[in-house]
Design a protein around this ligand. Structure first.
Ligand code: AMP
Ligand code: MG
Length: 410
C-alpha cells in the first residue's frame, strides 16, 4: 500500500481550505417562513426594529407611580387612578397625587418614578411613602431593550431560539430565509454492515454515515442517505449520479485511496471535475473535492476519525458558506500540555485532547492516548483538538500547545 501522506507535494491544510472555499457558491433561493418555523434557518435579510422595545415607559414593579417633585413637599400622596398592563391610566394627575400601577403597565404621563407596594402604607386614598426615592426608580424606559430602527439581526445569522423570541418581541411574524441545503451521504465498502445487521467474518459496522448525518442535522440541512454502496464501479456510479441529481452536495466516505477496491476515483474522473488532494493533515489521508454536474462533491477518507475530522475541519466550513451562514467561530487557546505527544514533522496534526483545569486553576491539556485514525473512541473521550503545526516534531510534556475547543457539532 502506498503511503500518500509521507510523500512530498502535500497540500498544506490552509491551502486546501482556501482552495475549496473559493469554489463554493452560496445558494440564492429564499423562502418566507412564519417565525415559529424558522429555527436554525439562515436569515436572508437584515432585521431592523420597527418599534421601540418596550414601546412605552412602564413600571418594573407592582406599586405606585408618582412625580418625584411631589415627594419633596410631602411624603403622603393622594391616590387618583390605576394603570394596569394593557389598560393604561387615561386621566391627568397633579402635584401631590399618585397612581396605582402594575408591572408592565404604561407610566402615566404625569409620573416619572415608581415605589414598590411593600414600601408604602395605604390608608384609603392616602399613600405614605416610607423611603427616600430617586427620579426614575423602577421605571423601564421605552426602547431600553431595542430602539426603533436599530439593527437587531443580520443576514447570514442562523436563527436561534433566542432570536425567534427577539423577532416575536418586535412584532415580526415572518422572515426571509435561505432554503435548506440537501446533502447526500454515501458510505462505500464491501465490509460495511448497518447496525442491527449480522456481521460476517471480516465485516465491520458502518459508522461514518451516522456521525455525518448527526452533524449535518446540527448544521440544519436535509440529509439524503444512500446507505452503503458496495465496492463496484457500476453501483458507485449509479449512486453518485442519483445523488448528484437530488442534492446540493454529495459526501462519500471510503474508497478515495489507492487500494484495489477504491473505485471512487475512477467513477469521479468520469462524472465530474474532482481533485484528489493529499492534504498535509493528520488524520486525513487522501481527500477528494470538486464538482459533479449539479453538486459539490466531498470524498472523505474511510477511517472513522479521518472522515470525521476532515468533515469537521473542511467540508463543514464549505457547507456553511454554501448555506450563506456566517463563518464558524472556533475557539483556540494556548495551554500547557501535560502529556508527551508523538509527532513527526510533515503534516498538521489534529490530535485529540482533554482540556481540564488543574489544582492551580490553569487550563491544561492531555492526550486521549492512541491516535490511530480508526480509533473513534479517541474523539469520544476528547473535548478539544491539539493542533500541532506541520513542521513540529514530538512534544514533551510541559510545552505550550494550541488547542481548538470542540464546537457544537461534535
Ligand atoms: P477505505 O478508505 O475505503 O480504504 O477505508 C479505510 C478504513 O476505513 C477501512 O478500515 C474501512 O473498513 C473503514 N471504513 C470505511 N468506511 C467506513 C464507514 N462508513 N464506517 C466505518 N468504517 C469505515
Ligand atoms: Mg473501502
Amino acid at each position: 500500500m502506498s503511503d500518500c501522506c509521507s510523500a512530498p507535494g502535500l497540500l498544506p491544510f490552509e491551502h486546501a481550505l482556501a482552495n475549496m472555499l473559493a469554489q463554493v457558491s452560496p445558494v440564492t433561493e429564499t423562502l418566507t417562513l412564519a417565525i415559529d418555523q424558522a429555527l436554525y434557518y439562515v436569515l436572508a435579510q437584515d432585521i431592523a426594529s420597527p418599534l421601540n422595545v418596550p414601546p412605552h415607559d412602564n413600571s418594573a414593579m407592582d406599586g405606585y407611580a408618582f412625580a418625584i417633585d411631589s415627594l419633596v413637599a410631602n411624603k403622603t400622596l393622594t391616590l387618583v387612578g390605576r394603570s394596569m398592563a394593557g389598560a393604561p391610566f387615561q386621566g391627568v394627575c397633579q402635584a401631590g397625587e399618585c397612581i396605582r400601577i402594575m408591572t408592565g403597565a404604561k407610566m402615566p404621563d404625569c409620573c416619572d418614578s415608581v415605589e414598590m407596594q411593600e414600601n408604602v402604607s395605604v390608608d384609603g386614598e392616602q399613600v405614605t411613602f416610607l423611603q427616600e426615592k430617586s427620579f426614575g426608580s423602577h421605571v423601564r424606559s421605552a426602547g431600553e431593550d431595542i430602539q426603533l430602527a436599530q439593527q437587531v439581526l443580520q443576514s447570514g445569522q442562523k436563527l436561534t431560539a433566542v432570536d425567534i423570541g427577539v423577532l416575536a418581541s418586535l412584532g415580526v411574524a415572518e422572515v426571509k430565509v435561505y432554503r435548506k441545503l440537501k446533502v447526500a451521504l454515501i458510505a462505500t465498502g464491501d465490509e460495511l454492515k448497518s447496525p442491527g445487521q449480522v456481521l460476517r467474518v471480516g465485516d465491520i459496522y458502518e459508522s461514518n454515515s451516522f456521525v455525518l448525518a448527526a452533524m449535518l442535522q446540527k448544521l440544519h440541512v436535509d440529509v439524503i442517505d444512500f446507505g452503503i454502496i458496495e465496492d463496484d464501479f457500476e453501483a458507485i456510479k449509479v449512486a453518485f449520479i442519483s445523488a448528484d441529481e437530488q442534492a446540493d452536495a454529495v459526501i462519500s466516505s471510503g474508497g478515495v485511496s489507492v487500494g484495489d477496491a477504491d473505485y471512487t476515483k475512477t467513477v469521479l474522473d468520469e462524472l465530474g471535475e474532482i481533485a484528489f488532494w493529499k492534504i498535509a493533515m493528520k488524520p486525513g489521508k487522501p481527500f477528494a473535492f470538486g464538482k459533479l454536474a449539479n453538486s459539490l462533491f466531498f470524498g472523505l477518507p474511510g477511517n472513522p476519525v479521518s472522515a470525521l475530522v476532515t468533515f469537521h475541519q473542511l467540508a463543514l466550513v464549505a457547507l456553511t458558506k454554501m448555506q450563506n451562514g456566517q463563518p464558524l467561530k472556533r475557539t483556540h487557546l494556548t495551554v500547557k500540555c501535560i502529556t508527551d505527544l508523538r509527532k513527526s514533522p510533515g503534516r498538521m496534526d489534529f490530535q485529540r485532547g482533554i482540556l481540564t483545569i488543574n489544582s492551580e486553576g490553569e487550563n491544561v491539556v492531555s492526550s486521549t492516548g492512541a491516535q490511530g485514525s480508526g480509533i473513534l473512541s479517541s474523539l469520544a473521550k476528547a473535548n478539544c483538538y491539539i493542533i500541532l503545526p506541520s513542521e513540529q516534531g514530538k512534544v514533551p510534556a510541559g510545552e505550550m500547545v494550541n488547542v481548538q475547543l470542540f464546537d457544537e457539532f461534535l
